[in-house]
Design a protein around this ligand. Structure first.
Ligand SMILES: Cc1ncc(COP(=O)(O)O)c(C=O)c1O
Ligand SMILES: [Zn+2]
Length: 401
């Protein structure tokens, strides 16, 4: 017996964990749809019995945990950690000192620095959980579509755990990310098209060959894995969580995961309000921003220097929109020029080498400060999700040499 169920984010129907997992079901069996160039419908979430957990778990004990070691809270994750040895799990640990405080232009803000993760991006949070689930289910082949980071992450995590990864990438993948995927020994499939095409091809091939699929949002464990940042922030800040969190948005899974983590902390009674989530996109890939304006999804091919947040059809659009709305946040787009200039300033002022997707949050933060749209007394946190060395061409554009 597991202590969790799956629930559809669309029709709200609930399903037993065994029914979903042993039949390798990913989307809702009733309303799930994965259509070309469209957000997924019927994305499943994992739900726990929070009333029971409230009786069992204690905030003051939770706050003593080491951040970055997600297996230390097994009651809140859908994997049977008893199946794994400590020496396997420790290979998946993230740095425990990711929460950093900065003061630039007399404004203080926090950073969650995911650039030092095992494969240098936030994606390790999802890949680790998915890979452990595959191991638990006795599967050794995992496939994923990726703009680069999810793929290099899955490739690296699979190499750590002795699994095989197949990564479908778009033609425009930055060279460093492609090399990283290949260096880990994963099978690389360059699709003749963009990320949206890679996503669809990967789904078809995984189904045909019965590989475990890690496509973001499609596999509900990607959202579960990505919620761990909320717990890490909670532990690192000793419960004094930020008021506002800036999140780079591509497919909208990171923001959905962060929201879910904080919602759970709220359900456990450990925090009394959700942080406001500000979704940051590039003007060349702004489906969520447009969705808020028109209340409908319209496919527009994405084109931005920030390749990690380049998604014409954000697969988790509806859940991301809900996260923004329910947390009282909003969505904002910044231009590629603003991203590049913010990347330069951020790197030189913080010493953290981030990639353009992560610089977008600093660009948005600066813009909102300038426009006086965020309060100086609120605690703001910027999610820095990817390492700058993954995109050398953008780094070169920053100039200097
Ligand atoms: C570094 C980085 N930041 C942000 C994102 C956006 O995350 P999501 O697609 O879950 O919105 C990605 C996704 O690839 C990423 O690699
Ligand atoms: Zn459904």
């Amino acid at each position: 017996m597991t202590n969790y169920i799956y629930k559809c984010s669309g029709c709200q129907k609930e399903f037993g964990a065994k029914e979903i997992e042993s039949n390798f079901i990913y989307l809702c069996p009733v309303c799930g749809k994965a259509e070309k160039n469209r957000p997924l419908e019927g994305v499943l979430t994992v739900e726990y019995d929070y009333t029971e957990l409230k009786k069992k778990l204690l905030k003051k004990i939770f706050l003593k945990l080491t951040p970055g070691k997600f297996w230390l809270y097994p009651d809140l994750l859908p994997v049977n950690f008893k199946k794994f040895r400590d020496d396997q799990l420790i290979k998946l640990a993230l740095p425990s000192d990711q929460l950093l405080k900065y003061n630039i232009n007399k404004r203080e803000f926090w950073i969650l620095d995911d650039t030092r993760n095992p494969t240098l991006s936030y994606k390790d949070r999802a890949s680790s959980l998915v890979a452990l689930k595959a191991l638990q289910l006795g599967i050794t082949e995992i496939a994923a579509a990726s703009t680069g980071n999810a793929g290099s992450s899955l490739a690296g995590i699979c190499a750590r755990l002795g699994l095989n990864a197949r990564i479908y990438v778009p033609k425009n993948i930055p060279e460093a990310k492609r090399i990283q995927i290949e260096a880990y020994g994963a099978k690389l499939i360059v699709v003749d098209g963009d990320y949206d095409k890679a996503f669809d091809v990967c789904l078809e091939e995984s189904k045909k060959n019965k590989w475990y699929n890690r496509n973001t949002a499609y596999n509900p464990l990607t959202i579960e894995g990505k919620k761990s940042a909320a717990y890490d922030i909670f532990i690192s800040s000793q419960g004094n969580i930020p008021d506002v969190i800036f999140v780079p948005v591509g497919d909208g899974v990171i923001i959905s995961g962060i929201y879910k983590g904080f919602k759970e902390l709220l359900a456990l009674g450990w925090i009394d309000k959700l942080p406001k989530l500000i979704a940051v996109q590039s003007t060349g890939s702004d489906a969520l921003v447009r969705y808020f304006k028109t209340a409908k999804f319209e496919y527009k091919p994405a084109n931005t220097i920030a390749d990690s947040i380049s998604a014409g059809a954000p697969r988790n659009l509806y859940m991301a929109a809900n996260a923004v709305k329910e947390s009282n946040g909003f969505a904002i787009a910044v231009t590629d020029e603003e991203i590049l200039s913010a990347q330069k300033e951020f790197i030189t002022q913080t010493g953290i080498l981030c990639e353009p997707s992560s610089a977008s949050v600093y660009a948005a933060y600066k813009k909102l400060v300038l426009e006086d749209r965020i309060s100086a007394v609120e605690k703001n946190l910027l999610l820095i999700t990817g390492n700058g060395l993954k995109d050398i061409i953008s780094l070169r554009k920053l100039g200097g040499n």
